[in-house]
Design a protein around this ligand. Structure first.
Ligand code: S3P
Length: 430
């Protein structure tokens, strides 16, 4: 599918966005192994989170979906049953990596596969800790999906994450739910903590502390998890596209309501504010342990800056759209320590730099990042999503500031996290 995007005169209005992808995955998986009914409001409409629901169903759990409301009849820690067919994780790294923690503890064999992109993404990062806990996992070439997971009775571990990854942290904590005793995960670089918050909401016993090696989360195995009624906030990573659109296009003022502003996710807002962005949060509250607020953003002239170290990990999903913005800032944008971008849905260093070139924007590709000089003009062009949702949306935003009509090829990729992206964009960009 192709989308044609004309330059925008201004980005205006007030919008509410679909539920947070990270939080929706976690709520669905934990609901399945909790006892009793859970009701999730504003569940993500993205294909990824529906892949998780498909897997949960295939494991014998009743799931009802009515629009963005999802009901899951959890059967407790020992309630899953062997699936009749292989599980399909689609494009979703979160589904395969996080669910593997649960599958590794089941008294049956599960095979789980994904699409072409997911079939190229590294799985050793979850296979190692799960093997240490006692699971036997086979992967294509020892590292890629499909996975064959021979579940077993797991033992607890103390695991230090070699890569900053909330998916791996979640996988180990989920596995730890089934092990007798205490499982702990230490993260030298903090990653999003939705799992810790959600597990506490469902009744798990969890403590966190700071050690010389980093933040440590300790979980007591075999907790009693109880079904809950929960609301997923609007997804900040989806909001990021419209925040950048409003910053880029002169005359813009946009309100985004009910956005998840968990401090482990909101580094983008801090960075933009430090660059000179006019961003206000007029309303902030706590819901199911997560901070939620409204964001008001206005067109702003920005200084530019550097993304490196822990900051890179904290806004890894927002880098494609931030790269677009960087080219329009005064001093440009440098991204370092972002080797992880090369193993996302696409190699996002490659795909971003390739599309920036088509936009007439100079950018230097580095092994672990990119350098994008500032004050560059955007030329209309034909951009490719390369099948990656965040690349499709980032370059649709770039096209709003270009000098003519642009085309986004493979625009359907946006549905992986945000099927309403195109209609929302049409509404606020006139
Ligand atoms: C996610 C964690 C991040 C992120 C992904 C969602 C999560 O991946 O890129 O889109 O929900 O935990 P990693 O944990 O692999 O860095």
């Amino acid at each position: 599918m192709e989308k044609r995007i004309s330059p925008a005169r201004a980005i205006t209005g007030a919008i509410t966005l679909p539920g947070d992808k990270s939080i929706s995955h976690r709520y669905a998986m934990i609901s399945a192994i909790a006892e009793g009914d859970s009701r999730i409001h504003n569940y993500s409409t993205g294909a990824d989170c529906h892949s998780t629901l498909g897997c949960v169903r295939a494991l014998g759990i009743e799931v009802e979906v009515a629009g963005t409301e999802v009901r899951i009849k959890g059967k407790g820690l020992d309630g899953l049953r062997a699936p009749a067919a292989d599980l399909d994780a689609g494009n979703s790294g979160s589904t395969i990596r996080m669910l593997s923690g649960i599958l590794a503890a089941q008294p049956f064999l599960t095979r789980i596969f994904g699409d072409e992109s997911l079939s190229r993404r590294p799985m050793q990062r979850i296979m190692r800790p799960l093997a240490e806990m006692g699971a036997e996992i086979h992967a294509r070439e020892g590292k890629f999906p499909p996975l064959a997971i021979h579940g077993t009775r797991l033992g607890p571990i103390d695991y230090t994450l070699p890569v900053p990854s909330a998916q791996v942290k979640t996988c180990v904590l989920f596995a730890g739910l089934f092990a007798e005793g205490q499982t702990s995960v230490t993260e030298p670089v903090a990653s999003r903590d939705h799992t810790e918050i959600a597990l506490r909401e469902f009744g798990a016993e969890l403590s966190t502390g700071i050690t010389p090696a980093g933040r440590q989360i300790t979980l007591t195995g075999r907790p009693h998890l109880t079904g809950r009624e929960l609301v997923a906030p609007s997804d900040l990573s989806s909001a990021a596209f419209f925040i950048v659109a409003a910053l880029l296009v002169p005359g813009s003022q946009l309100t985004i309501r009910g956005v998840g502003l968990n401090p482990t996710r909101s580094a983008l807002l801090d960075l933009l504010t430090a660059m000179g962005a006019k961003i206000l949060i007029p309303k902030l509250e706590s819901r199911n342990g997560e901070l939620v607020g409204d964001i008001v953003v206005q067109h702003s002239e920005l200084k530019g800056g550097t993304v490196e170290g822990a900051l890179t990990a904290a806004l890894i999903d927002e880098i494609p759209v931030l790269a677009v913005l960087g080219a329009a800032t005064e001093e440009g944008l440098t991204v370092r320590d972002a080797g992880e971008l090369r193993v996302k849905e696409t190699d996002r260093i490659r795909t971003v730099v390739e599309n920036l070139g088509r936009l007439g924007v100079e950018a230097e590709e580095r092994a672990d990042g990119m350098v994008i000089p500032g004050r560059q003009k955007f030329r209309a062009g034909e951009f490719d999503s390369f099948g990656d949702h965040r690349i499709a949306m980032a370059f649709a935003v770039a096209a709003l500031r270009a000098d003519g009509e642009s085309v986004i090829e493979g625009a359907e990729a946006a549905s992986v996290s945000f099927p309403e992206f195109w209609s929302t964009l049409a509404r606020i960009a006139g």
